[in-house]
Design a binder for this molecule. Structure first.
Ligand code: NAD
Length: 543
């Protein structure tokens, strides 16, 4: 897997500036004081002509020196309750963008967006977003620790990578390309306009990463965003919302482009859904959330659950298949919605695949251990409640939340198995109807189903995906087979011969997202998703 840190050196560019000039300008912005007036004074004092030019470049597109900076809405200061026992570097204690009530968060975000589109140009957006990227990368370890400590899901190293990915591979304004039509009748340009204030809901599985990814995309589109974050991640999210606001402020932007309510609940979503100030809803989570947003009467973008199947056929490179499957299925303890959740392998090569998986460090459960792990990690659905990746209330089992996102070693140890230190994934052989196949477990336990041929594999994989149209993976060298499965499953992401992570730009081409909008069809979201199309027509005057 490529370390995304190297990407830091490649800063998204507006395409117009010269590199050394840009570096000097960035240095200047970093060092610069908060207010434009003070920046002007710095310019006056500076003896170096080159530095002067660079500073002028840095502030050129900002609020003119003579005008006062737009006044932010300031709620009564909220103290960040970062109670981490980890050392929090440069701990931020006063929250920015975090409000006591959702109404305050909406008002502040609304006003910030009005100032943002009025006073800041596309170049400014890119500069503010770069400041956000840098601040997240600088605090990636702290963020990973805070999220792990609060949610108790996933693992530390992978969370660092997820933060880097969200900070560095979420596209900025560069993805907003206008479309032009020219001809005898004149010129028409279709450009991307902001929605305004967006209301966004985030999952517990990628809490801060989704805040980062959504914020960059939405701000690049000229919007502001008010979050209703998952309650079990509110402290880490308050921390990242503060970081983002501080970075924007330090780079000369308005406060409160990103806001949240301090104590989110299901009820605090109501003001977002009802307020005329919120123009678009974006939800990342399970099917219940998506359904709620779609019933609101507002335009909603829904990124729902998945249960991604993997097919391995006779032609696959088994070593590569095993490595890729372990990487994707064990990453952050299988929390990702795109992660490999069940494997269908052609019987003739099933032993080869299992051999390679064991060779790469997976742990295989025997029948007795499988029974024990089932009683540990699943619970019977006595209440006939709909949960997880499907709205079907008739499912026999649900996943026991206590074991979601836990380490393979911890799960094994609970059933009395002392596993080798490097075990990241538990595998087991089951039938297609097994709850481990049909439920979106989000645990590093990967069920493997033997099938007689490709047709059976496809039919079972499509059933296990439950029509979510989210993600599917296939390992094969046969183009016809790949095309057959891709067409039958019709998912938003289809990965061939790599880990599912490649589907969000992690070891694969294309940008990253934490919000894959399958149910509403926007797909891999970016700034473009969070804009309206606006048509500008210049007609040729006919004489
Ligand atoms: P969840 O659905 O329980 O919660 C997601 C968010 O929605 C939370 O903020 C929660 O408070 C809120 N919420 C939940 N039910 C709601 C309802 N009925 N009305 C209003 N708000 C509601 O999901 P989670 O456990 O936080 O996250 C895991 C789920 O999210 C998995 O199913 C995973 O596949 C999915 N997910 C999808 C994507 C994607 O891009 N498609 C990304 C990450 C996670």
């Amino acid at each position: 897997m490529r370390n995304v840190e190297s990407a830091l050196e490649v800063k998204p560019s507006t395409g117009k500036e010269k590199a050394p000039m840009m570096a000097a300008a960035q240095f200047a912005v970093k060092k610069a004081v908060q207010k434009p007036q003070e920046i002007c004074e710095v310019i006056e004092k500076n003896e170096s002509q080159a530095m002067k030019a660079a500073l002028q470049f840095a502030v050129k597109k900002r609020v003119p020196c003579s005008e006062p900076a737009p006044k932010p809405i300031v709620a009564s200061p909220i103290k960040l309750s970062v109670t981490s026992h980890y050392a929090v570097k440069n701990a931020v204690t006063e929250a920015y963008g975090v409000f006591d009530s959702m109404e305050q968060a909406i008002d502040a975000g609304f006003q910030a967006q009005v100032n943002y589109v009025k006073d800041y140009k596309l170049q400014d957006r890119e500069r503010l977003i770069n400041a956000v990227r840098q601040s997240i990368v600088a605090e990636k370890e702290t963020l990973a620790k805070l999220v792990l400590e609060e949610t108790k899901l996933g693992n530390y190293q992978d969370k660092i990578l997820k933060h880097e990915l969200a900070a560095l591979k979420t596209p900025g304004v560069d993805i907003l390309k206008a479309e032009a039509f020219t001809g005898d009748d004149g010129l028409t340009i279709v450009e991307h306009a902001p929605f305004g204030l967006i209301g966004a809901v985030t999952p517990v599985t990628n809490p801060t990463e989704t805040v980062i990814n959504n914020s960059i995309s939405m701000l690049a589109g000229g919007n502001a965003v008010v979050f209703n974050v998952h309650p079990s991640s509110k402290k880490a999210c308050a921390y990242v919302v503060t970081l983002i606001n501080k970075a924007i402020k330090a780079a000369g932007g308005p406060l409160n482009l990103v806001t949240m309510v301090k104590d989110p609940t299901l009820e605090t979503l109501n003001p977002i859904m009802e307020s005329p100030k919120v123009k678009l809803l974006v939800g990342t989570g399970g099917p219940g959330l998506v359904r709620t947003l779609l019933k609101s009467g507002k335009k909603a973008i829904g990124a729902g659950a998945g249960n991604p199947p993997v097919i391995v056929d006779e032609t696959a490179d088994m070593e590569n298949a095993a490595k890729s499957i372990i990487l994707g299925a064990s990453f952050d303890n299988n929390l990702l919605c795109i992660a490999e959740k069940e494997v269908f392998v052609i019987d003739r090569v099933a032993d080869d695949l299992i051999f390679q998986l064991l060779n790469q460090g997976a742990y295989m459960l025997d029948r007795y251990q499988l029974d024990k792990i089932m009683s540990l990690t699943l619970e019977e659905n006595h209440q006939e409640e709909a949960r997880g990746c499907s709205l079907n209330p008739k499912r026999k089992y649900h996943v026991n939340k206590n074991w979601i996102g836990k380490d393979a070693k911890a799960i094994l140890s609970q059933i009395g198995v002392t596993a080798p230190a490097n075990v990241k994934l538990v595998i087991c052989e089951v039938e297609a109807e097994h709850p481990f196949v049909q439920l979106e477990q989000m645990m590093p336990i990967l069920p493997i189903v033997r099938v007689k041929d490709l047709d059976e594999a496809i039919q079972l994989a499509v059933t296990a995906e439950h029509g979510n149209r989210h993600t599917a993976i296939m390992h094969s060298k046969n183009l016809d087979n790949l095309a057959k499965f891709a067409s039958a499953i019709d998912t938003t992401i289809f990965v061939k011969n790599a880990s599912s992570l490649a589907g969000v730009g992690f070891g694969g081409e294309g940008h990253a997202t934490m919000t894959i909008a399958g149910p509403t069809g926007e797909g891999i979201t970016s700034a473009k998703t969070f804009t309206r199309q606006r048509r500008n027509v210049l007609a040729e005057v006919k004489k």
